[in-house]
Each structure stands twice: as C-alpha cells, then as structure tokens.
Design a protein around this ligand. Structure first.
Ligand code: URP
Ligand code: ZN
Ligand code: ZN
Length: 449
C-alpha cells in the first residue's frame, strides 16, 4: 500500500502505552500502524515522540467580555494553538437575551468558519436569561453542542435553583454540564471589604477568592449534579481543596470529572509582585495561588481528580488590562496559554516526574476527546482522524511574546524554558505546522458537531 503520508520510525505515545511504529495515512485518516510502511510523502520521526493532536476543551477566542474582546481571533488563536500541537478546540456560545440558542450557535460558527485552521466545537452557555430557553437545550444538543456551560460567578451566574433546572434539562439530552465553580457571594463580600480598606493591588485578587470557597462551590455543584442525576465536569480547578472534592465524589461513585490549567501548574502568586501593570496582567479567575497549591495540584494529577488539562485561553492586551489598574477587580480576567499548554505539561509534568508521558497524552488529548464526544479525535488508532504531533522531547524553547504566536503582546510565562516542543503538527492528514512555519490555509478548520 502506498499511503498519502507516512510518519516513520517515531515512538507512538498514547494514553495507554508507548511503542515504536510507522503510521500510514490515507484521505486524512489513520489507515495503518505498523513497520516498513511506504508513502508518497514520508516524515522521519526518529528520536521523536508521535502523539495524537492535542485537544483544548476550554478556550475563549474573540470573546466579548464587558468593553473588550479577547485578543486572539479564530485565525490567530487557532494558529498559535497549532504551533503548540493542538488540533481541536472547544470554544463557547453565549446567546443574547432575545436570541435562540441555535441562532447564537450559527453566529459563533460563522465567526470561526472563515478563520480557524484547526477543528472546533462549542459549549453552549446557559446564563440567567437562558433559563426560559431550557426547552431549546435539545435543539442545541442536536446541532452539535455536547456540553453546556454554567457559571457560579460573574454576571452570567445562576442561582442554585437555576442550576438544578439547567441540570435537569441537560440531563434529558445526555449532554455534559461544565461548570465555573466559585462562591460569588463570598467573593463579592471580600472584594468590597478589601477595596474599602484600600487593598487594591493584584495580590488582593487571590486573597478575595479563598481556596476553601472554591472547594465549597465545587462540592455544592457536585451535590446538585448528584441530586439531578447528571454527570458534571468542573472547569479550571486552581487548588488542592477543590481537587479533593472531585476525588472524593468519584470514590462515592459520582460521574464527576475535573480540569486544571497551565497557569495553575506553572505560575504562583509571586507573579502579582511585579511593579505596575506587569503585576496585574496575570489576573484570572479562579486566581493563581501559592506554590503549595501548585504542588498540591501536581500531586492530584497523578491520581483521579483531573481528567483534562485545558488552557482557559482568554487573553487581553496590556492596554486593556491597564484600563483596570486602579483596582484588581476592574482588570479584565484571563491569560494566554493556548500555545504552551501541551508542551508545558510535558516539560513541567513528564520531565519533572509528576506524571508519565501516557498520562500527559491522556490529560491533553484522549480524555478531552472522550468526555466531549469527539469520536474521531484524541487517539492513535486505525480509522481515527490523522491528527498527529511529531514532538521533539529535547527541543528547548524559551517562552516570550517573540517565540509564541499569540497576539496579546505579553505572556505570563516570559523567560520560562520548556524542554520538549512540537516539531510538526498534522491535522486530518495535512501538515499544518512544519519547519517553524504555519502552512494551513485560513478557514480549513471544520466544525465538530
Ligand atoms: O479569568 C478567566 N478565567 N477568564 C475567562 C473566563 C472564565 O472564567 O473562564
Ligand atoms: Zn471560568
Ligand atoms: Zn474560561
């Protein structure tokens, strides 16, 4: 058989095992895994790892928040993702008050359609104005939203009663509820107290969002899900206390899964000590916490508390961040992580011995695909989409706004050295990143229903 493309002599790393073999690709699909395969085009992967394309199930591209729109659009954001080895993302739909879920989904799809260079799906958000639209949940599910986002914080937060109603509607479809879990009432009380006492610096962002209260919200929403009889996936867990709630619930047999993010695994609250705007740039929610919290998260990663590592990529420019410099609660929240996520978890997690290379692939590729119903993605098996990364485990990259392709103009990971970086990214059999260049045409990404 003469394959369209063969990835030769690499070490294939899956969630289960690692082994040496060639991969033969025909029509964008993995057609064979074996030895001595020949193709029209051959990529030599000697001394390289070959992983599934990474999947980032939590990104906010060109997302309107207040007066701003997150700085990477669907072209720049997916291009940066591809440089970092990501071949599929899941972003969000937020419908306007009078807009149906289906119209909002179509609007968001049309934003991505001409721009994305990798494949993309959407979580449908259920905000307070959407409780009267719960009869549309089934239609959104049928149109490809396999997950529904619920906030317990910000203006989009639901009350516990509304969460219960939403869970019941989501449960009818078999979709997965995904939750931003924080205790908003306590947070707003602490923000008010801290600001009134003149404590306006960025370090007070973390101090206004205690880990115990994040854990309380995680525990509460797990209990609500258990009562409604639905599974639940907890987004961006930032502290071991919250991770412990997931672990305990799973021991008790609840269908709960957890996500954490590179910002909680690679940064500590020392970032807030930088002078001026630099100290305010890394504000995101839940907040970046202490080194003890960070090490606690890594410990949980080798257990059963976490099932995905996503970026929660939500970048704003320095100017946008500076607009809120007068007090921490005015700074638009979110950091860029879409490009460094997959290599960072290898560099920090695998190389430093916190997790195995197979757990790295499971957390960043395989489990995200399984949880969110991306049946053709996330694994190296005959018949799956040929979304692959040829990964150089020894390549050193020093992170900076120059080496990364994100457009915010800053990175919270500046001057961090990553050992291990994607050399080639392949999406549905097409080389989209190679020799340091993006060769993907704008808009080639496909909607993942
Ligand atoms: O601060 C953050 N994480 N912004 C993005 C929106 C969210 O809460 O996920
Ligand atoms: Zn969130
Ligand atoms: Zn988010």
């Amino acid at each position: 058989m003469n394959y369209d493309l063969v990835v030769k002599n690499g070490t294939i790393v899956t969630a289960m095992t690692s082994y040496k073999a060639d991969i033969g690709i025909i029509d964008g699909k993995i057609s064979a895994i074996g030895r001595g395969l020949a193709g029209k085009e051959v990529l030599d992967a000697t001394d390289r790892l070959v992983t599934p394309g990474a999947i980032d199930t939590h990104v906010h591209l060109e997302m309107p928040i207040g007066n701003f729109v997150s700085s990477d659009d669907f072209y720049e954001g997916t291009k940066a993702a591809a440089f970092g080895g990501t071949t599929s993302i899941i972003d969000f739909v937020e419908s306007r008050k009078e807009q149906s879920f289906l119209d909002a989904l179509e609007e968001r799809k049309s934003k991505a359609a001409g721009k994305a260079v990798i494949d993309y799906g959407f979580h449908m958000t259920i905000g307070p104005d959407d409780i009267r639209k719960l009869d549309q949940v089934q239609a959104a599910y049928e149109a490809g939203c396999r997950s529904f986002k619920i906030y317990m914080a910000y203006g989009l937060r639901l009350t516990d009663g509304e969460i219960l109603k939403a869970f019941e509607a989501i449960g009818e479809t078999g979709a997965l509820p995904v939750v931003h879990a924080e205790n908003w009432d306590v947070i707003t009380t602490l923000i008010e107290k801290n600001i009134s006492e003149g404590n306006t610096g960025p370090e007070w962002h973390t101090r206004s969002r205690p880990s115990l209260m994040e854990a309380e919200a995680v525990g509460r929403v797990i209990d609500l899900a258990a009562y409604a009889g639905v599974p639940v996936h907890i987004f961006h867990i930032s502290c071991p206390e919250a991770a412990e709630r997931v672990r305990q619930a799973r021991i008790q047999g609840h269908y709960v899964s957890g996500e954490t993010c590179p910002q909680y695994l690679c940064l500590t609250d020392e970032v807030f000590e930088a002078e001026g705007i630099e100290g305010a740039l890394p504000i995101c929610s839940p907040p970046i916490r202490s080194i003890i919290d960070q090490l606690g998260l890594w410990e949980h990663l080798s257990g059963d508390s976490f099932h995905t590592i996503s970026s929660d990529h939500c970048p704003f420019t320095k100017e946008e961040k500076a607009s809120g410099l007068s007090a921490f609660n005015r700074v638009p929240g979110g950091v860029p992580s879409i490009e460094m996520r997959f290599p960072a978890i290898f560099s920090r997690g695998v190389r430093e011995g916190f997790i195995t290379e197979n757990q790295w692939v499971d957390l960043c590729c395989t489990m995200p695909a399984r949880l969110f119903g991306l049946e053709n993605k996330g694994d190296i098996q005959v018949g799956k989409d040929a979304d692959l990364v040829i990964f150089d485990p020894g390549k050193e990259v020093v992170l900076s706004e120059e080496t990364l392709h994100e457009t915010a103009g800053w990175t919270p990971y500046k001057n961090m050295t990553m050992t291990g970086w994607p050399e080639t990214t392949i999406s549905r059999g097409q080389i989209i990143i190679g020799n340091g260049e993006c060769t993907a045409e704008k808009g080639r990404g496909k909607y993942l229903a």
